[in-house]
Each structure stands twice: as C-alpha cells, then as structure tokens.
Design a protein around this ligand. Structure first.
Ligand SMILES: [Zn+2]
Length: 465
C-alpha cells in the first residue's frame, strides 16, 4: 500500500490523501486550499492536482467543510468518474455548501481578471456541483461497505460537525491485511447537538489531524454562564449583540445555547435574528437529521417535541430588504450573520452600523485568520477599516473559544493512546508547529514505539510491505 500526501500537509486546508491499494486509487477527501496564499496561488493549487483525476477510482469523504470537500467539483470537472462515499447528512450539507462555493469561485475569478487581467476560468460552476452531488453515495455510521476489491470501509462518528466521519479501512493485499484509520477532523466531547467522537480501538496505521495540537480547550459548559452574563448585561444597557457566525455547526450550536438559556429563563425574550441565507438553509438540513443528534439534545428539546432551531424570539432572515431593516431596529437584539471571519457577507454591514456604539457587544465564537476584519476586531484595534472607511471600535468585544469544533492536545493524544496495535502515525491538517509538537508529544509523552511521520506536500510513503 502506498500513501501520497496531496494537501493539508503542514497546513490546515486542502485535505487530499491518496491511498493506492492493489493498483486502485482511493482519495481521502478533496478539499480546497484556502487562506494563507494569494488568490492567484490558491487558484493554481486548486486547479492542479498532484495526481491525475481521471485515474482516481473512488473518493471517501470525511465531512462537509470546504477545506475537505470543496474541490470535489474540480475533480469531477477534470474527469473523475467514480463514486464519492460519505454520510447522508454530508450529502445534504454539501448541496448547500458547494453551491455557495461555486458562487465564490465565480466572484474570485472576476476579481482576478480585473486585478491582474488574468485569463482564467472559475474552478467550477453550479453545473459541476450538480454532477458532483450525483456521484455521492450516503452510508450510515457503523455500516461496513466495499470500496474496491480488497478494501472495506466503515464510517464512525467524528463528533466534529453534523455527519462528520472517521474512516476505518480494512485492507487486503495478497496474503497481508491491515487496518488504516483516517480521523478527518476530529471533534470534542460534550458539545451541543453532536455525539462525542467515537473511539476506534484498533488499527495498524493512523492518519490524524492536528489543528489544535498545542491547545487545551475550556469545556463547553462555561458557554452557558458566560452567555447568560453577557446577554443580560447588554440588554440591561439597551445594546445589541452582533455575532459573526460560521454557517455550518457553530451558528446552530449558538442557537441551541440561546434557546436553552431562554427556556431555563436565564435570559430575557430578546429578539434573535439569524441573518444569513446559507445558515438558514443549513439549519433546515439540521432539522431534517435529528437522528444524528446526541442524547442531550433529546433531553433538552426533541424529547419535549421541540426543535432546538425554532422558537418564538428567533427569526431567520433571507431577503436583503429585511436584512437592511435590521440597521434601524430599535432596542436590544442579537444578530447572527455570516461570514464567520467578517471578510464577506452581511455581517460587514451589521458591524459598520453597530461597531461605534459602546452599548453594543461583538461576540466572537470562532477562529479569525490573519488579515481578516474579524482578526482586527478580536485584537481590539481602536480603528478598523470597513468598506474603505475607518470606524472607531467602541463596542465591547468578547471572544469565546469554547466553541472550537476540533479535538485539543489531550483529545488527540488520547485517540492515539487508545488505538491498539498502531505501527505508524501520520500527522496532517495542522500548521507546521502543531504537527511537529504533536509528533514530539506522541513520542515523548505517550512513549509510542512506532514511527510518527509529518509528511511533506507531495510525499509518497510505502506502508505495510
Ligand atoms: Zn472540518
């Protein structure tokens, strides 16, 4: 068996790992490279694969995030003909996510054409997205399926976003057999809606993510108290709360928390607006997939015949006119809007209208990459530029890091430690420091006797022979 590392190597985006078994090529994830590169560089890296798309036999997809699935339509456009296996909610989510991504590809190319007079085409169109979705085959957690002759796969809940999966491959080559696990993105315990990540107990080889390998997260329970305090404080002074929301998972988790606090009478009946067409569509996918929620969701909501994502004070806004009306809304309210990093979308308008009022609060619930408006707000710069004009940042800013959807150092190490018979661990999906830090921890803290490898982009490694 051979593995070629074709993305998310010493980097957190563009996940693509190519496994070759019995002359068959199986691609694990096909994500877009995002952030950290210029738009032109990103376009090149996404348009050119480190393999021939026509020669890929099958894709196994871990979850619906764009850095794991967002380049599938390019793969299909360039000649991939096989099946794409993933969970059923992942297919539904990608119907929304990839359509949006196609729109962004077109906008990016318009920008590049104007800025550099570049002669380039969008990576893919909505038609390519339709072709891609038709290739997807939904498989439930725990259901073993044959990928190719000599290779069976089973998905286990990764607890990262709705429908996210870890993949266990059971491989037979000649008279040899081995197990390989790919974590995809691994989640955390005790998060709202999601089940805890499933612990796979035995494998020979592990490809693990390492996004937050050098962090230890606070437990999610703090969110309820912090949020209660913040909302009561802002409402008492007549302010508004503006939340840059990530459309998949984070927005739904926040709505869950707000609904629960409201039912428990810990916050007043303050109006809540989810002002994002994409978040609204994704929330509908969540409502269609209650079977994937954890037991706590049943105790809090479903068992009482309630949806976590619908209640009296909550309104989903899709039209531009309604969104604009929020600029003149009198009184306290909570506005959740995308994009999460404030580099595009309606959130920029809400920030422009609310950032200079000291009664308001900007609530940050996700990672803000360097160079984004969100990052300048988290760093509490006194002046921030919005649509080419400077605004004074006078609103309060509160960053809640508990919403992180990734396993931390302790979770990542526990996953390795609890997996028996491991011979080799490959570390992907982390910045350079995080990957080498996790390698050192596996070696020195866990006293792991096998090999731990941080692959380079494009590196090929033979295993199991
Ligand atoms: Zn993810």
């Amino acid at each position: 068996m051979k593995i070629k590392f074709c993305g998310a190597d010493k980097n957190v985006t563009g996940s693509r790992h190519l496994i070759e078994i019995n002359n068959k090529k199986i691609l694990l994830d096909c994500g877009l490279f995002q952030g950290g590169f210029s738009r032109l560089e990103k376009h090149k890296m996404n348009n050119k694969f480190l393999f021939d798309p026509k020669k890929i036999d099958v894709v196994i997809l871990s979850h619906a995030h764009i850095d794991h699935a967002g380049n599938l339509p390019t793969l299909v456009k360039q000649g991939f003909k096989g099946k794409i296996y993933c969970t059923k909610p992942t297919i539904e989510l990608l119907g929304v996510m990839l359509e949006d991504s196609a729109k962004i590809q077109a906008q990016d190319v318009d920008y590049l054409k104007k800025r550099f007079e570049a002669v380039i085409e969008p990576l893919y169109s909505k038609v390519d997205v339709v072709h891609t979705l038709k290739k997807m085959v939904g498989v439930d957690y725990g259901q073993c399926f044959e990928v190719e002759e000599g290779c069976k796969a089973t998905f286990y809940d990764a607890g990262h976003v709705l429908g996210s999966a870890q993949t266990l491959l059971e491989i037979k080559e000649g008279n040899k057999s081995y197990k390989l696990v790919y974590t995809g993105d691994l989640g955390r315990k005790n998060m709202p809606i999601l089940n805890d990540p499933y612990q796979i107990l035995e494998a020979d080889f592990l490809i693990t993510e390492s996004t937050y390998a050098e962090h230890i997260h606070d437990t999610f329970d703090y969110v309820f108290d912090e949020m209660k305090w913040a909302i009561n404080d802002v409402v008492a002074r007549g302010g508004k709360i503006i939340v840059p929301g990530f459309s998949l998972e984070r927005t739904q988790e926040l709505v869950y928390v707000l609904h629960k606090l409201y039912l428990d009478k810990k916050i007043p009946a303050v109006p809540i607006f989810v002002d994002s067409p994409m978040s609204t569509k994704i929330s509908k996918v969540f409502m269609n997939n209650v079977d994937y929620y954890d037991d706590q969701s049943f105790r809090d909501f479903l068992g009482r015949a309630r949806s976590p994502f619908a209640f009296k004070n909550l309104k989903y806004i899709t039209s531009v006119e309604e969104s604009k009306k929020l600029n003149y809304y009198k009184g306290s309210c909570i506005i959740i809007s995308a994009s999460g990093m404030c580099n595009a979308g309606r959130i920029i308008h809400h920030l422009k209208h609310n950032i200079e009022n000291p009664k308001n609060l900007i609530l940050i619930i996700g990672y803000m990459a360097e160079g984004t408006l969100g990052r300048r707000i988290v760093e509490q710069k006194r002046k921030v530029k919005i649509f080419g004009q400077y605004y004074n940042l006078k609103a309060d800013v509160l960053a809640m890091n508990e919403f992180s959807a990734h396993a931390d150092k302790l979770d990542l190490l526990a996953n390795v430690q609890n997996m028996k018979k491991l011979k080799k661990v490959f570390i992907v999906h982390g910045e350079k420091f995080a990957t080498s830090y996790l390698r050192d921890c596996i070696k020195n803290v866990l006293k792991f006797k096998g090999e731990v490898i941080v692959p380079e982009l494009g590196e090929k490694i033979m295993i199991g022979s």
